[in-house]
Design a protein around this ligand. Structure first.
Ligand SMILES: [Zn+2]
Length: 145
């Protein structure tokens, strides 16, 4: 019957169409993932160039991108401060020669190479910390008790 043949063809056609659409959708997802991956690589390279540029020009007051420098300097200082806190909490101590933090268990200062003083019983972090920081460390230890 011609009528049923037509219906059969239509159904088969729709099936093919749906299969093609699903294939296209899968390809679109794959392409989008590739685009995202490439963009990620480009972003990393941009960041690398930015970091190199900053290191090279951070001292130049007339640099054309100097408007970005203070925020970067602020961020770097903040990171250093937070890392120092972590190191103190982990039992690190300040170098007697240059003041850089020496990680617990390290025999020498990583910055100036001075031999680290032997670790004592009491937490060196309290001695090395500035007065208000020492208080903060003490309070944190108290609240843990
Ligand atoms: Zn040192």
């Amino acid at each position: 019957m011609a009528f049923l043949d037509e219906i059969g063809k239509t159904i088969a056609g729709r099936g093919k169409e749906a299969a093609q659409k699903a294939k296209d959708a899968a390809e679109v997802l794959q392409l989008k993932a590739q685009i995202s991956s490439e963009k990620g690589k480009i972003k990393e390279l941009y960041a690398a160039i930015g970091a190199l540029y900053f290191k090279k020009h951070r001292g130049e007051e007339a640099d054309e991108y100097r408007m970005f420098f203070p925020e970067i300097e602020k961020g770097l200082a903040q990171v250093a401060q937070l890392e120092e806190k972590v190191m103190k909490l982990e039992g690190g101590r300040a170098c007697g020669r240059c003041g850089a933090m020496i990680r617990r268990g390290d025999a020498f200062c990583g910055k100036c190479g001075a031999p680290a003083e032997p670790e004592r019983e009491e937490p060196a972090a309290l001695e090395a910390a500035a007065p208000e920081e020492a208080e903060a460390v003490f309070e944190e230890e108290k609240t843990e008790l």
